[in-house]
Design a protein around this ligand. Structure first.
Ligand SMILES: O=P(O)(O)OC[C@H]1O[C@H](O[C@H]2O[C@H](CO)[C@@H](O)[C@H](O)[C@H]2O)[C@H](O)[C@@H](O)[C@@H]1O
Length: 274
């Protein structure tokens, strides 16, 4: 009682309510704008600064949850090294504890070779080899979308039960079957500094729906970036709006999302056409 009275009398000693939250952020299309090629993405120094300050305010409970690998996230977010789940949850890191899942399997290597043989010479097509996952991009060849999805589906079927297809924005990806952003966020929420906190997750794509489901089920806050159906409770218009929201939280504004952001179609389920 004495401690509480002291804290109320001296606001500097009061616990920041932000420490009751854990913030999870998707990367492409959420923190940074979508661009023509994955390797063209750059993170503004101001965004890095906001992330670092928000992490400090949350006493460390901030993680990037991405389809990118941890290694690529570290390059893009340098000089910082954030907690992160990479490859749609196939690998993750909290502090110095790294979990890399199963080793790179040779059948996937053969799949990468096949994709390169079939698509790499085609204008606008891009094979992104991520080690334990592979993406086939058609952002600059939209007319090839159906063929690309058909080829990726056939390859996943040939690989057997160890892999699944993850659709995304102008991309189809082959990822380890057990990996998802929902599983990754659940794992984070089981350990410090995330354990016991109310999760917040912001994302823009189909892969993020797994995360929205888990965060909604844990009484958290979810926001979908951009238009379209989603299981998320709120909407933010663009990555620029996400960055502005994060900047306000980093400056000390209460963590939360304004009613003005509320979606009108909260119960809609996303489809593969997103
Ligand atoms: O989960 P995320 O962090 O959102 O990562 C999802 C995929 O993002 C990247 O591809 C997407 O962004 C590219 C750059 O803007 C864009 O060119 C592409 O069309 C998008 O699909 C990344 O290349 C993938 O590895 C991630 O899985």
């Amino acid at each position: 009682m004495t401690e509480l009275t002291t804290a109320l009398a001296h606001p500097d000693l009061a616990v920041d309510p932000a420490t009751g939250f854990a913030v999870f952020l998707d990367f492409d299309g959420t923190l940074v704008d979508i661009v023509a090629r994955p390797d063209w993405v750059r993170v503004e120094p101001a965004t890095l600064d906001v992330l670092a300050r928000l992490r400090r305010r949350l006493n460390g409970a901030l993680a990037i949850v991405s389809g990118r690998s941890l290694a690529v996230l570290d390059q893009l977010l340098a000089p910082h090294r954030f907690d992160a789940a990479g490859l749609h949850g196939a690998e993750s890191r909290i502090g110095d504890d790294v979990w890399c899942g199963s080793p790179v399997a040779s059948p996937l290597r053969r799949a990468v070779d096949e994709l390169r043989r079939r698509f790499e010479a085609e204008a606008g097509m891009l094979v992104e080899d991520k080690g334990k996952a592979v993406s086939l991009h058609w952002r600059e060849a939209p007319e090839r979308a159906d063929d690309a999805v058909a080829a990726m589906s056939a390859i996943v079927a040939d690989l057997g039960g160890g892999y699944r297809l993850q659709r995304g924005k102008a991309v189809a990806e082959i990822v380890p079957a057990g990996a998802s952003k929902g599983v990754a966020i659940s794992q984070f929420l089981a350990v410090p500094p995330y354990r016991g906190r109310r999760p917040v997750f912001i994302g823009d794509d189909l892969t993020d729906e797994h995360g929205f489901e888990v965060v909604n089920a844990n009484g958290g806050l979810t926001a979908h970036v951009g238009a379209g159906p989603s299981r998320a409770q709120f909407r933010l218009a663009s990555p620029a709006e996400v960055r502005a929201q994060l900047a306000r939280w980093a400056q000390g504004e209460p963590i939360g999302l304004a009613p003005a952001d509320t979606r009108t179609e909260t119960s809609h389920s996303p489809t593969e056409s997103l």
